[in-house]
Design a binder for this molecule. Structure first.
Ligand code: MN
Length: 204
């Protein structure tokens, strides 16, 4: 397993095949307050690329090309946050999307534990540390522990997708899942436009 840290952008010669696992780290959880600091990517081959953003310009044409490529599926855990962040800071609308949290909620109805740590433990049998989750992602120099944590958030998403797809097929919920993934850009647009806390489908 290798973790490669890049400053400002991906190198032009990195490619991820037909699907890439993506996660972001920010200064906090507010879409309007907290800037995007780091974007992590993996081809599902056990290796991770971390791109530390230039927060003055967010100039990263190679990264934007990968994220904006309609021929590459982007796999997330809780895509709703990352998709809104990428839209806001990089101006990229990402499609097609896959979200392991949505897939988990649609098939793992026997539990309410849909965090990445719980999912990875149950479906892959790996224990992830969440110790660095709330560390300072705006720091100029990211520690080894931060880099390892950031990488771990993308290393298992392909395996999780494959396991969840088997369960979605088994339960006849693949179409429902796909429709949810396809709606994500609209859900994020609603979040960014002020409807984050409102369920527009609810009666009240
Ligand atoms: Mn993360």
């Amino acid at each position: 397993m290798t973790i490669t840290l890049h400053k400002n952008d991906l190198p032009a010669d990195v490619s991820f095949g037909d699907s890439v696992a993506v996660d972001t780290e920010t200064l906090g959880l507010s879409l309007t307050r907290d800037p995007l600091c780091l974007v992590q990517l993996s081809a599902g081959d056990g290796n991770a690329h971390l791109v530390q953003m230039d927060r003055a310009t967010y100039d990263c044409p190679n990264l934007k090309a990968v994220l904006g490529d309609p021929g590459v599926q982007k796999i997330f855990h809780f895509a709703r946050f990352d998709v809104a962040m990428v839209k806001t800071y990089l101006g990229v609308t990402m499609t097609p999307l896959y979200c392991t949290k949505i897939a988990s909620k649609l098939v793992r109805t026997y539990t309410d534990r849909h965090g990445l740590k719980d999912l990875t433990r149950e479906l892959i049998g790996k224990d992830m540390s969440k110790q660095q989750q709330s560390s300072d992602w705006g720091a100029d120099t990211l520690s080894q522990a931060q880099q390892a944590y950031a990488a771990s958030d993308v290393l298992y998403l392909h395996q999780l997708r494959d396991k969840l797809n088997i369960m979605l097929e088994r339960e006849g919920r693949m179409e429902l899942a796909q429709a949810c993934f396809d709606f994500l850009p609209t859900r994020c647009a609603l979040d960014l436009a002020g409807w984050a806390e409102t369920d527009i489908f609810a009666h009240a």
